[in-house]
Design a protein around this ligand. Structure first.
Ligand SMILES: [Zn+2]
Length: 694
């Protein structure tokens, strides 16, 4: 969601000194390296002793689930869950309809989710292959069971009997009624109300859609390669050579101005359309449309927006058009500001690099803002105007200081404090995972947040999936960078892609690597106890060392606040039913608490309470906070306009079918309408990705 800057050399530039600042227990848990903990090298994890043996710590399984002290435990957990599911199905099908029907449905869903959600996380995040494989197997087995339940007519009828009886429905409290309707909605989108043949078609389409979307998303990561001779010498040397070719695996968006042609080449080559990908996209969109129509919706957009705050595609489109209208003047100003910067470029570039003849060259092809320029220029303009070099800020945003800040904020706002707890051996999947207990001043313990914050070699970093192993780059032919450069009025490339999705109520992803996973949802149990929610926050922060805590850039700090917003939503959304607990709410609403948290991260009254230098304890000066906040307003309209374009494209792709034109033509027209600058021929857009990822 943000163009992030790397810490680049910051560590090397800092003198290593003894940390003199003192931290609260929560701050210390994140700023000080854990002492005296041993890696579980000798397989003690599998043991069970401890309770009666003070010499040996009590060993638990992952997340405190006793069976999960070893990979084999997943089989036991899944079998127990499936057995319980069978009992609950039998019970609900043989009893008269009433509020208890909903309670049993929720218990059924809970017993399966508790294993499936946990396994879904472990299969992505556990460093040991044996755990990942066992978890994957559990996911598959529970997934099959869920599919069977979703097409179990008897189970469906037990709920239908309840909802068809008006008197009974009227007697339900609003929460119970809503949950009953949501369960019914889940059945219907699986096509259970259809005849046998159509039901089978719905299942087949669902499988096909899953396959197509994962193929497409993987394809968006593939690099392209281009023959060396098609690129000027000074450009091709910036890409990885491969025989007669070079490989382009990203947009090189931060290449500085003297390398502007590297940005141009990267843009044209990396976004060169691949016929297979385009076909996959068109097939995916038409399959989604077929499924939506089969289960009774006019379009896939109608199906996806059912139950969301926006409600229907018409409202969404009206909102986008209004927003675009109101934004247009400001976003044009932003683009003019960036263009002005382009025309200023030769002067300082010449001074800096003294490349002979560059001025003439620049004036011929840099008269206007190019598609590969806006993200770079907004960064440059921000830095120049406000002097917000991340290395100036990072020392004030040590991870411990930020966690302190969150704890203070939650205490003031909600009467909640965060307590760092020492996980029991075997409870966490990696030694550097921290565990927080969330405690309310009068209600007591609300739940647990596991903080898996630090980078490690095989950590998933995109869309909660394993990184794609790229083995076969795609060949690009005919992309020639002419000496004159590209034509005028070409479109800006959407670089700062904002990805905000809650996948199956399971996780939310912001940018690459920042995820929130619900491991266990809160719910009121039959015995009156409240089942405490458990979540994981996964970030990709630099690891601390003995003398240097993890230092966050302002962007990372804001992301941390955002993710903690999701975690607190899960802690505070204490519903009776786990089906609607915490972030298991309409996907557009799930972002609201987190967006609010971003405002706190940018308010001096909050920031000055925690931002202090990790060595000296000096508080971040007010002027620096103001500059940071002001800088965010710069080019904000243009950034938002880009998001409006993505959203509009999403609506058109998932609207009325058959699409009247190719997906690329639609992209070009929507971009012209909602973004204002024309499309670059022979490129596809990164906008495809957020359109498919839901
Ligand atoms: Zn979010």
């Amino acid at each position: 969601m943000l163009v992030r800057r790397r810490l680049g050399g910051l560590r090397a530039g800092l003198r290593v000194r003894r940390v003199s600042t003192t931290w609260s227990p929560v701050g210390a848990a994140f700023n000080v390296q854990p002492q005296g903990r041993q890696l579980d090298l000798f397989g003690e994890r599998g043991g069970t002793a401890g309770a009666g043996n003070p010499q040996k710590p009590y060993l638990l399984g992952l997340f405190g689930v006793p069976e999960l002290s070893a990979p084999e435990g997943f089989r036991i957990a899944q079998e127990t869950a499936l057995r319980k599911a069978d009992e609950l199905v039998e019970r609900v099908c043989s009893m008269p309809p009433g509020p208890q029907t909903v309670a049993i449905f929720d218990e059924l869903s809970d017993s399966l989710c508790r294993v499936a959600d946990l396994a879904d996380f472990v299969k992505l995040a556990h460093p040991e292959a044996a755990f990942r494989e066992a978890a994957d197997e559990a996911c598959r087995s529970i997934g099959t069971a869920v599919e069977r339940l979703n097409t179990n007519v008897e189970l469906y009828q037990s709920l239908q009997k309840l909802l068809a009886d008006k008197k009974l429905v009227d007697s339900l409290d609003p929460e119970t009624r809503r949950v009953a309707e949501l369960f019914m909605f889940d059945f219907e989108i699986s096509g259970i109300h259809l005849d046998k043949e159509k039901r089978k078609r719905a299942v087949d389409l669902n499988v096909k859609i899953l396959d197509l979307s994962s193929t497409f998303l993987m394809g968006t990561n593939f690099p392209n390669k281009i023959e060396k001779r098609l690129l000027p010498e000074h450009v091709r040397q910036h890409f990885e050579p491969a025989g007669d070719h070079v490989v382009v695996d990203s947009l090189h968006a931060e290449a500085p101005d003297d390398l502007v042609r590297v940005r141009e080449a990267a843009y044209k080559v990396f976004l060169y359309p691949d016929a297979g990908q385009l076909q996959c996209l068109e097939e995916l969109l038409s399959s989604r449309d077929l499924l939506a129509q089969l289960v009774g919706y006019p379009t896939y957009a109608h199906r996806a927006l059912q139950g969301a705050i926006a409600g229907n595609p018409e409202t969404v489109m009206q909102f986008l058009e209004k927003l675009s209208d109101k934004l247009s003047e400001r976003s044009n100003d932003d683009m003019i500001l960036q263009s002005d910067h382009v025309s200023l470029w030769p002067e300082w570039a010449l001074k800096r690099d003294g490349i002979p003849g560059v001025r003439t060259l620049v004036l011929t092809w840099l008269e206007e803002l190019m598609p590969w320029d806006p993200p770079y220029y907004s960064g440059v303009i921000r830095a120049e105007r406000y002097n917000i070099e991340p290395s100036l800020y990072c020392p004030f945003f040590s991870l411990g200081a930020c966690m302190d800040g969150l704890s203070v904020l939650f205490h003031r706002l909600l009467g909640i404090s965060l307590h760092a707890e020492q996980p029991v051996r075997g409870e966490v999947w990696c030694e550097d995972v921290r565990k927080l207990a969330v405690v309310h001043e009068s209600e007591g313990l609300l739940g647990y947040i596991y903080c898996d914050f630090f980078q490690r070699a095989d950590k998933p970093h995109q869309f909660g999936a394993h990184p794609v192993q790229v083995t076969k780059p795609v060949d690009v032919e005919g992309v020639v960078l002419t000496q004159e450069g590209p034509g005028k009025h070409e479109c800006p490339v959407p670089l700062a892609v904002s990805i905000s999705s809650i996948c199956c109520g399971l996780s939310s992803v912001h940018g690459f690597g920042d995820c929130h996973f619900t491991i266990r949802g809160g719910r009121l149990k039959a015995d009156g106890d409240y089942q405490l929610p458990v979540v994981v926050l996964m970030l990709n922060l630099p690891c601390p060392s003995r003398n240097l805590p993890t230092l966050l850039t302002p962007g990372m700090m804001e992301n941390l606040f955002h993710e903690m917003g999701h975690a607190m939503h899960s802690m505070l959304g204490r519903t009776r039913y786990q089906h609607v607990t915490g972030t298991r709410c309409p996907t557009d609403f799930a972002e609201v608490p987190s967006i609010l948290m971003e405002y706190f991260a940018n308010d001096y009254r909050v920031v000055h309470q925690f931002a202090r230098h990790y060595q000296t304890g000096q508080v971040l000066p007010r002027s620096m906070v103001s500059r940071l906040c002001e800088s965010k307003k710069l080019c904000a309209a243009a950034d938002l306009q880009l998001q409006v374009f993505y959203a509009a494209l999403d609506q058109v792709y998932h609207g009325q079918h058959p699409l009247r034109r190719s997906t690329t033509d639609i992209l070009r027209d929507t971009q012209e309408k909602f973004y204002g600058l024309p499309y670059v021929p022979n490129t596809v857009s990164l906008a495809f990705r957020p359109c498919v990822c839901h």
